[in-house]
Ligand binder design. Structure first.
Ligand SMILES: O=C(O)/C=C/C(=O)CC(=O)CC(=O)O
Ligand SMILES: [Ca+2]
Ligand SMILES: [Mg+2]
Length: 422
């Protein structure tokens, strides 16, 4: 690879100069500094507000912008792909080993290039609205078998449109935030009444989510072939789910309190531009979708995904499933176009979850509901085993694209379960 950074990037680092994902960080002691945008490079974070103050974003679209003097990325997202491409070109040049502007400016380098272990990552965007899709055929089929029986595991509508529910934006939290076990009404068994108490079937869901860039005006849908220009990038996501609460409440309006108690995202937004070398064909769709969902190029990405569980008191975490983004049936662009086809407006910073990313094999299922078949079997986790999550369990999702001697990775998305309120 010709492109090399003057910042040391170890071979197994997620954050090569080909990646440059965006996040929001704080540095220098609790609450003493303003949150600001940065990109990850090796074990460092490059402070974009310092780079903007130094006048180094000198391209035509960004030279007069204050988009990096903000405590979230929404203003930058709203600028759209030409500005994103300009920022990426500027940053790849500034960080490259044959460019002196930053490399040879000791004071700027000291101010702008911060060790990653000294910063605290925050939510990178102000999320106005959050929608969660249901785009893995394997997940849809397994959930259908478990919740609705073998007659018609996948409802016929599933093959014609990307199914989704409106999620809850207020409870989206950054990786590392603890999750309190929710309480609620549990599914009655047989003729017994429902119970109330801490969820007995707390689960994770392995997902990714698209971050919306420029939105659309109310009443004006986005064409599926232009939808990619409205997607800034992608994060890892855990759509924590209380299966007992969910199973009892979801007919007929869909998930509500079984999922709205917390949703975790990873701090670094990996751009679609960085993912482009890992693009692959999406699966052939049969029946062919209606014209408004038929795209000229139907793209997925080859992103290896893994979930590990670290039980309380354990030194190590243990892999419980391995999947890949390329198992999704409906593409990100189809999801976005479908979301707006009725005229619904999306806004910068909106989050579109892909749905649980299950693969075809039992070792690639994306949640415990599937891995333990609703608690009918145990899943081994190191020396112990699980049907559902226990208090103290930490769930760690990671995702990576492996290139030729470099990675474009997502880092991790983690959260630990705390006991419910008394
Ligand atoms: O099939 C069902 O009744 C429920 C499915 C889910 O819980 C999945 C959901 O949140 C969407 C997804 O993650 O794919
Ligand atoms: Ca979900
Ligand atoms: Mg959730």
């Amino acid at each position: 690879m010709a492109l090399k950074s003057f910042v040391e990037v170890k071979l197994d680092s997620h954050f090569s100069i080909h990646n440059l994902p965006y996040g929001i960080f704080k540095h220098g002691g609790v609450d003493t500094t303003t949150p600001r945008p940065g990109v990850a490079i090796g074990d460092y974070v490059l402070d974009l507000s310092a780079i903007q103050s130094a006048g180094l974003f000198d391209g035509p679209l960004l030279c007069n912008s204050d988009c990096f003097h903000q405590s979230n990325l929404n203003n930058f997202l709203e600028l759209g792909r030409p500005a994103w491409k300009e920022a990426r070109a500027t940053l790849q040049k500034l960080l490259s080993s044959d460019e002196p502007a930053l490399q040879n400016n000791a004071s700027l380098k000291q101010m702008a290039l911060l060790p990653m272990d000294e910063v605290e990552m925050l939510l990178p965007i102000a999320i106005g609205d959050y929608t969660d899709f249901f785009s893995s055929k394997h997940h849809a089929r397994n959930c259908g078998l478990i919740f609705r029986g073998p007659e018609n595991p996948v409802n016929p509508n599933w093959f014609h449109l990307p199914i989704a529910y409106h999620g809850r934006a207020s409870s989206i939290v950054i990786s590392g935030t603890d999750i309190i076990r929710p309480r609620g009404q549990g599914h009655p068994s047989g003729n017994s009444p429902p119970y109330f108490g801490p969820s007995r079937k707390l689960d994770f869901e392995l997902e990714m989510a698209a971050v919306v860039g420029p939105g659309n005006e109310l009443g004006k849908p986005i064409d599926v072939n232009e939808a990619a220009d409205h997607i800034f990038g992608v994060v890892l996501m855990n759509d924590w789910s209380a299966r007992d609460i969910q199973a009892w409440e979801y007919v007929p309006l869909g998930p509500f309190l079984g999922k709205s108690f917390g949703t975790t995202i990873s701090p670094w937004i990996v751009t679609l531009d960085a993912l482009e070398p890992f693009a692959c064909d999406a699966p052939t769709q049969i029946p062919p979708p209606l014209p408004y969902l038929a795209e000229k190029i139907s793209k997925n990405y080859d992103i290896s995904l893994e979930v590990r569980i670290k039980p309380a008191g354990e030194e190590n975490s243990f892999t419980v499933t391995r999947s890949n983004f390329n198992h999704l049936y409906w593409t990100l662009t189809q999801q976005l176009a479908h979301h707006t086809i009725n005229g619904c407006n999306l806004r910068p910073g909106d989050l579109l979850g892909t749905g649980t990313i299950s693969g075809p094999e039992a070792e690639s299922y994306g949640c415990l509901l599937e891995l333990t078949w609703n608690g009918t079997k145990e899943l081994s986790v190191g020396k112990t085993s699980r049907k559902f999550l226990e208090d103290g369990d930490e769930v760690i999702i990671s995702g990576i694209c492996k290139g030729n001697e470099y990675n474009v990775g997502f880092g991790t998305c983690s959260g630990k379960i705390l006991p419910s309120l008394p």
